[in-house]
Design a protein around this ligand. Structure first.
Ligand SMILES: [Zn+2]
Length: 172
């Protein structure tokens, strides 16, 4: 999917972590920012993606080792990256670690809507896609009108609603 869609899904994942951990508001920007950044990481396997453009040459190198929506989009990769973060960053608040994992997971989840599918269970060479079980408009291609016009705004709406829904209700 498009990178703004991944960022929106990352924000929603961060909002879920905020809710699940009852994090204090001063941690919200760190948690949600981490999830939004983490949501872009799997696309390091694609030359020209937003993520790979931040580190020159990375898309070329990683893209040569693994295919797009392959290893870096798998549960194994996300578990490895999360474990790495946990091991090599002592004292990292657990909310931030959860935010990384949740944000990274949001990426293949969103890509699963795509008919090309995602290699969730790498090294098994099977690409899973919602398109096999759900028809249009629940499955759509990258850059489609549904993605930009409906799916992205819906993700942002859910994010704001999760974070501020209680406050809005208390005003009414
Ligand atoms: Zn992707």
């Amino acid at each position: 999917m498009l990178y703004p869609t991944h960022i929106a899904a990352g924000a929603l994942a961060g909002a879920m972590v905020v809710k699940l951990t009852s994090a204090p508001p001063k941690l919200w920007p760190l948690i949600i920012g981490t999830s939004m950044l983490a949501s872009l990481v799997p696309d390091f396997d694609k030359r020209g993606s937003k993520a790979s453009r931040t580190v020159p040459g990375s898309g070329f190198i990683i893209g040569a080792i693994t295919s797009h929506r392959g290893f870096l989009h798998s549960l194994a990769a996300i578990a490895l990256l999360s474990a790495g973060l946990y091991l090599f960053w002592p004292g990292l608040p657990k909310e931030v670690l959860f935010a990384f994992t949740a944000g990274a997971l949001s990426h293949p989840l969103v890509d699963t809507i795509n008919p090309q599918g995602v290699q969730w269970l790498w090294p098994l060479n099977v690409k899973l896609s919602l398109a096999r079980i759900l028809p249009w408009p629940f499955s759509f291609t990258t850059g489609s009108k549904i993605e930009k016009g409906i799916f992205q705004p819906m993700l942002w709406f859910l994010t704001v609603w999760l974070l501020l829904g209680d406050k809005v209700k208390s005003f009414m």
